[in-house]
Each structure stands twice: as C-alpha cells, then as structure tokens.
Design a protein around this ligand. Sequence first.
Ligand code: PHE
Length: 480
Amino acid sequence: MSQSRENWGSRIGLILAMAGNAVGLGNFLRFPRQAALNGGGAFMIPYFVALLLLGIPLMWVEWAIGRFGGAHGHGTTPGMFARMWRHPLAKYLGALGIAIPLSFVMYYTYVEGWTLAYACFSAIKHYWGVDTFAEMSRFLAEFQGKADLSQGAQYFSGIGVALLFYCVTLGLNLFVLSHGVAKGIERLAKIALPALFLFALVLVIRVITLGTPDPSHPENSVAAGFAYIWNPDFSMLKNPTVWLAAAGQIFFTLSIGTGSIQTYASYVKRNDDIALTGLSTSATNEFAEVILGGSIAIPVAVAFFGLAETQQIAREGSFDLGFQAMPIIFQKMGALGPLYGTLWFALLFFAGITSSVALAQPVMAFMQDEFRWSRKKAMFFTGSLMAIGGLACVFFLKHGFLDEMDFWAGTFGLVIFALIEVLIFAWAFGIDNGWKEITRGADIKVPRAFKFIIKYVTPVYLLLMLIAWTWQDAVPILLF
Ligand code: PHE
C-alpha cells in the first residue's frame, strides 16, 4: 500500500519544506506584536518554557505520528489516530486534523494575496504619497473593499485588484500542489526559503544601521525599538494571559496542533531520522522568528514613529504594523525605499506560500490516500474549497473577523487538538510504543526526560491552558 505514496526527495529538501511550513506570517507579523504587547523581554520566559514543554515534545509527537501513519498508507490524522487507538471515536477526532488546516488556509491565503499585491505596489510606488497613518489605513480599507466609498474612492475603485491578487495567489498554490510533494512543495521550499532568509537579512541590516532617522527626535531610535521588544517587564509574568499568549504563539509558529506536520511527516521513509530533522526545522523557525522577525517591524517603527505611536499601532490589530506602518516607513527610506518595500512584502509572500501549501496538503492527502483520488482531482477539490473560503473572505470579511478566526481556529482549536493527540499517542498507543517511534532511526540521542514530559507534563500543561481560557471567559459571566 505504501509504495504508491510519495516520499521527500532529499533530507535537505525535507528540512526546507518543513521549515517553510513553520516559517510564515506568524514569524514576521504575529511574533513581534505579541512580544511587544506582552512584556517585551519577559515574554520570552513563558515563550521558551512553552517551546520546551509544549513545542519541542509535540513537534516530535507529530513527526512520529505522521511517519507511522505514512508507513500504513495514511497521510492524515483520521487514519493515523485510528491505527494508534482502536476506538470508533479515533477517526472522528482525527478529522480535526483536516478541518483545522482547511479553515486556516482559507483566510491565510487571503492575507497572502495582500502580501503579493503590496510587493507589486511597492515596486511600482503605488502608495507613494500616502504618508499618514489615517490615509494608509484608508488605502488598505479601499484595497480590501471595506471602505465606505460614498465620499469617493481615492486609491481603488472596487475590490477588483484584491480579487485579482487573491486569484493569482490561489493559482500559484494550486500549481505547486499539483506537482506533488517532492516536485512541488519541496522545489518551492528550495527556492523560497533561502530567498526569504536573504531578504530578511538585508532588511535586518538596513534596520540596525538606521540609528536615529530624525535628529530632531533623538529618542526615536532603533535602539529604543529593540529596548521596547527586549526590556523585560517582569510584572507581566503574573498575568495568565501572557502565558497563554506565549503558548499560543509557539503553537502558531511551529504549526503545531493543526495536522499539517503529520501530513508532511507521512512522506518520510519509515526508518529515516525524525528526531534531529525535526529539531533542525524547529531551530530554523526560532531563528527566523526571534532573531529575524524580532528585528524588523518593531524596531523600525519605533525609530520612525516613536514608542508611544508604535505601541498604539501594535495594539490596534495584527496587520497594522506590517501593512500600514511599514509602507509609510519605506517612503522615508530614500531612493532604495521601493526596493526595501518590495523585499519586505516578497519576504512575507514567500513565508506565506510555503505555509499555505502546508495547510492545504492535508486535504489533498486525505483525498488521495483514503479515496484513492488522483492528484489532479484532489487538487481541483482542494482548490474549490479554498476558493469558496477565500472568496467569502474577499467579499464578506468584517473587521475583527480575522482576529476572531485567529483565536478560535488559530489558538483554541490547536490546543484542543494537541491535547487529544498527545493523549492518544502517550496513553492509548502507549508511551513505550510512542518512544520507539520517535527514536527509530534517530541521528541524535533524544533526552529521556522527554518521555516523561510527553506523558505527563505536556498533557497537564495543555489542560491547564484550556481551564485558564474557559475560566477567563467564565469570570465575566459569573460576575454579571
Ligand atoms: N506556522 C505558520 C506561521 O508561522 C502558520 C501555520 C500554522 C502553517 C499551521 C501551517 C500550519 O505563519
């Protein structure tokens, strides 16, 4: 049965594809904002605790589940869970590992379309002259078709441009998916990942050499920007929301709790290493997040706008920093401004597309493995679902919807799914069997402490998170 399934072409290709899966909009837009809002340097304490006790162990669990499932002909969690836990419920719980990435990919691809559009806008200086925050937010609102055009359109006459870029983005995603795992996803990652690291590096170097762009405001400097992200506000550590935010970021950025890693891992050969390969991709993601992601948007915004305004922008919404503050800043960067703007949005686009194909692949794999559909047929089906969701975003998206979605699908859903999966892995399948799977073919010695962590610590940590969330929501209801 397993002969008919694809495998990754090479180890480096696998690492790049998995790193591409993890490195996404979360690293460059979500992380800096979360860090800045939740105590700066102090945020990194719950962040690294979550990395060690949730991120790394769950990452290994997901790789192990995926490779195990793939060896039995299953590329998605319904089949994988049912193999590990012979209970009629297993496959229905596993269905979450398709539903979550599917709901995710619908809006993720929509935002990815904006990045492609803005890369082109930067290159042709389309937003040059739109240089206040209010105007830039009008620009974005008109682009998204959300502005009230009764007083006339200033920048876009309708939703056509956004729609066009959405369709191109969807088309590119489907083009990659239609070529399969090794020739599609792996090839894309081999180009996109090195390119995005290069772009990020150029931008980081530009940012750190900026100094104080406006000599009449010496307090607005890159150094003050780094201080905003990194100065620890330890009083925040008492706040449970900060711990939840940190764990939520670890989930989002490592792509954990979605079903996507399991599907990618199902294309790894049964006796190939996953322990070291998984660790390498996680390390690559953390470098891209903490070092690169943390050194672009926030420091540059503080240098140009000052601390108070940057804090305000960061509080407003997930995309204000990247799509409103940054375009204003590029206009102040002289002759090379369009180049930096293009690099920034191209970087986001590459980070986005290597993640969106990872979110779409579970649906593809499910159709191919469980219904024996051809790749083409699976691609048309997946593409139609993506289009329905994406077009719903283009036409009906309301303010706040993305933040809601980010919470329900992007945070809460992931934690529930991760809890189910770790219980099935460590308790139903059994930690001894599980441990054999993780360490089979391993090129490093996985510390035995993780056996204990996976069995006890991770499930309890996840349970506590769920209780804290419910309790937080329940408190206002109890009080009023
Ligand atoms: N990790 C990706 C990011 O940081 C998002 C993602 C989540 C991708 C789950 C695939 C699966 O943007």
